[in-house]
Structure formats: C-alpha cells, structure tokens
Write a new protein. Structure first.
Ligand code: DC
Length: 217
C-alpha cells in the first residue's frame, strides 16, 4: 500500500506521516528531507554547477533515510537540514530536472521493497506515485503554519519574528507552486485535509478513517 501525503511547507506533513506510519506499521519516507540533504551537500561544496557536475556529484553521494534520521555520506544531518537556509535552497534545487530525476528514482526504489509506505512531499501523488492507493493533500493557512513554526522555534529557544516566518512560508509556497517542473498541486484524487485549528489527534483520526474507507472499498 502506498499512501501519498502532499502539501505545502509547515502543514504538519512530517508529524502526521510519522504517527500514521507507526499506527499502520508502514515505512515512513520524507522526500523533503532528501531534497534538503541534496541542498546541504551543494551548499557545502559551494559555487555553480552544470547538469553534468550535478550528475557526477550525486552518483557519488549517499542519501539514506533511517527511521526519521537523514544520513548524508555516513553523516547524520537530521538537525542541520532543518535550517531555514537549507530549506530555502532545497526549494531552489528542487527545480532542477536532473536532481528530481535522481531523487524520484531513489524514492521509487525504496518503496519497491516495502509492504506499506507513507511518503510525504510535494509531488508524490502527481509524479512519484500517480497510482498511490491513498492521496492526501494536507494544508493549513499560511498564518497558522507560520504560527506553528514560531511556537516550535520558541520552544527550542529561538525568537524569530512571526512576520518574518510568515513571509518565508509565503515565499516558499510561491516557489513550490509556481515552478515549471512537478509543481505542488492536488489532483482530483487527492483528499484535501485542512489542518487549520485541528489537533494532531483529530487529523490522524481523520486520515486513518480515510485509509480504512479506501481499504474497505
Ligand atoms: O517538505 P520540506 O519543506 O522539507 O521540503 C523542502 C523543499 O523540497 C520544498 O520547499 C520543495 C522540495 N520538495 C519537492 O520539490 N518535492 C518533494 N517531493 C519534497 C520536497
């Protein structure tokens, strides 16, 4: 079974997908983390890259998802890739066809070996697995998403102005939705789940119900 969870930055995809994976005994795959790992690697190397350079670099690069840990060339980069700079660059590198091609192949490869997969990202139900058994489009207003990010950072001791976070979210939405290749958008098959004002438990229960209905049908 393949459950695709697509949606914009900060909609709660990772939190929800992780809980669902545990409840349904599925493998959780965070494709955003893969784009972030690619971005981190390129930021570390620095400079400009041709398509050929990128191909060569990523032929020799190892990106592995182990549970919710992200391992880049044997190094645990799970925390480093959460940085706002990495997120912004990930959204940019995600526009490069050769990078998408390499990562999509990898995503399909991982899923092939699993009984049940919950894969979250932007293009899972549209491009990676157009035949996914369940397609969820998780969303929330930009204001709610910025508020959640603000609270999350505050709890870690970082005080970033809410307005700044809202601006960053809107900027990334625009970049992800308006790009030419695999833009973020729901298909007719996606079930829209608006998480604004809902608790994590409510959202998880709602999606579990959708999955059960699909399985029954
Ligand atoms: O989900 P995230 O915020 O960690 O993703 C980081 C960036 O990666 C996001 O801004 C767009 C890109 N991305 C993508 O293009 N396709 C995916 N399937 C997942 C992420």
């Amino acid at each position: 079974m393949i459950i695709a969870i697509d949606g914009p930055a900060g909609a709660g995809k990772s939190t929800i997908a992780k809980i669902l994976a545990e409840k349904l005994n599925c493998t959780y795959i965070n494709t955003g983390a893969m784009y972030r790992a690619v971005a981190l690697k390129l930021l570390k190397i620095g400079g400009k890259f041709s398509q050929e350079d990128l191909k060569e670099i990523f032929e020799k690069t190892d990106i592995n998802l182990v549970g919710d840990k992200v391992i880049l060339d044997d190094e645990d980069v799970s925390e480093e890739i959460k940085d706002e700079k990495v997120a912004k660059f990930a959204s940019k590198v995600a526009q490069v066809p050769i990078i998408r091609q390499i990562l999509i192949e990898k995503q399909r490869e991982i899923a092939k070996t699993q009984q049940c997969v919950i894969m979250e990202g932007r293009d899972i139900g549209t491009v990676v697995f157009p035949d996914a058994d369940v397609k969820i489009f998780l969303t929330a207003s930009p204001e709610e998403r910025a508020k959640r990010r603000y609270e999350e950072l505050k709890s870690k001791g970082f005080h970033i102005p809410y307005e700044h976070l809202l601006e960053k979210i809107k900027e990334r939405d625009k970049q992800d939705m308006e790009r030419k290749i695999a833009p973020l958008k729901p298909t007719d098959e996606h079930i829209l789940v608006d998480t604004t004002g809902k608790s994590i438990n409510e959202i998880v229960d709602l999606i579990l119900k959708i999955v059960k209905e699909k399985q029954g049908g």
